[in-house]
Write a protein that binds this ligand. Sequence first.
Ligand code: DGL
Length: 280
Amino acid sequence: MTSAGGNGRQETPPAERPIGVFDSGIGGLTVMHSLMERLPRESLIYFGDTARVPYGPKSRDTVTRFSIENVRLLTGYGVKAVVVACNTATARALPVLRQEFNLPIVGVVGPGARAAVARTTTGRIGVIGTYGTIESGAYRDHLLALNPDLEVVSRPCPLFVPLAEEGWTDHPVARQVAEEYLAPFRVDGIDTLILGCTHYPLLAGVIAEAVGPQVTLIDSAEETAREVASLLSDRGLAAGAGEPAHRFLVSDLPELFLRVGQRFLQGRIGGVEVVAAGSG
Ligand code: DGL
């Protein structure tokens, strides 16, 4: 299955090759959406590692191994760059991926931190993410490197991932879970909340209700797409005028991914191909 992409690779000029995007499951589609909007000429190949989701509770070593396998799989399709559309994989594995692979690799944590710093007025920023992302301290480190005077409060919200994968994004259960996880932020008095997991923007409605209207939610997807756009133009890798073609790959049953994903990409998923996780 990877050879199909590999065969065309030799003849295709670098700028006309697709961009690879991966996440543990459906969450990276929020980044995919921003990439499609900002870079309408680029062909994208999305891989959702649905056989091994969630990444959040897994160890650094495991997430790093999965991430290396995912990038290897995408390079088999001749991608010119990779977007790690997963905060957990970015927080755990981005430096290793950049060492291992000789192509531009963009993560979502740096862009999310920059967007939050640009938005906050009080300097009190909340961060929510998976256990892995929060435990890594990646957001705190990026935020404090941008401004050491910030106050950063971080909390894991692991149940948001299965709720998003299930499509229960506007459901009483999602509302109850959000209230349970997020009520403490009302006491902290933050004015900005980083949705530090690419699944969470799918639950933005219930999250916003729980934290209140005075808190701005930061979704790193748009800022990430902006970073990809400038990287492609700096390196002369921006695609020309042709029609883009997108592909969607998953490592386990495609039905739920297709059903839930279509809602978020407004029906732009033409089909979903199943590939073996770790087959790169
Ligand atoms: N969407 C992912 C993230 O941004 C991971 C969710 C998970 O697999 O636990 O962290």
